[in-house]
Design a protein around this ligand. Sequence first.
Ligand code: MG
Length: 261
Amino acid sequence: MRIARFSIDGNVAFGAVEGEGTVESGGLVLDIIKGIPYTDFELSGTKVPLSKVRLLPPVLPNKVVAIGRNYAEHAAELGNEVPEVPVAFFKPTTSVIGSGDAIEYPSFSNELHHEAELAVVIGRMCREVPRERVKDVVFGYTCANDVTARDAQQREKQWARAKGFDTSCPLGPWVETDLDPSDLAIQATVNGEQRQLGRTSDMIRSIEDLVVHITEAMTLLPGDVILTGTPAGVGPLNVGDEVAVTIEGIGTLTNKVIKRG
Ligand code: MG
């Protein structure tokens, strides 16, 4: 099931996405959900065309835990070794935006990069999750863009500003709950031109590895998000660009880059 979060007439709701097509092509309908998606919920049968609503980030995470350098070719393209232990960092909740929202180019950077990533959405509170239980704590998957001020990342020892500025974490367009994430095509385009193309099977650490590693340290809550790293081909974003992250079996997350007002 694809679950979107949206606003209509000033109200926020979750809905199951039905029909064929994309956000842009139209033809999709939302069946409004009664209750909270992570627990028991039912479809209300009340339907609205997706074209009539504003999509919001599909989840409101308590935290976004991101993993760096999880594809060997991407680590190499920036001159980095594959780390012995996964590199984990946070993106704050204020960095999260939805599909169709604008990425605001930060004033302290002259080198903004896109990073297409598979995002794992957690469905239940968990800590110290054993490998064989990982599938029980995952609610679903969505597309993410780990937008990075590369110059600031290189200048500053910690990445809080470089990867945590407002609008640096587009998520969406919805969460797909029925998906085998182990070998999916993942790509980024800028103004329709392909920049990144990889497969999730090229991840150095699997989703199971990452959930075990993160929950050794901290409790994950329903709606928390794990970004799983980006394949090779990262590159610049400029004001006016439209960047799209597409993952097989999920959909396309599209955002425009604007100057911060
Ligand atoms: Mg990244």
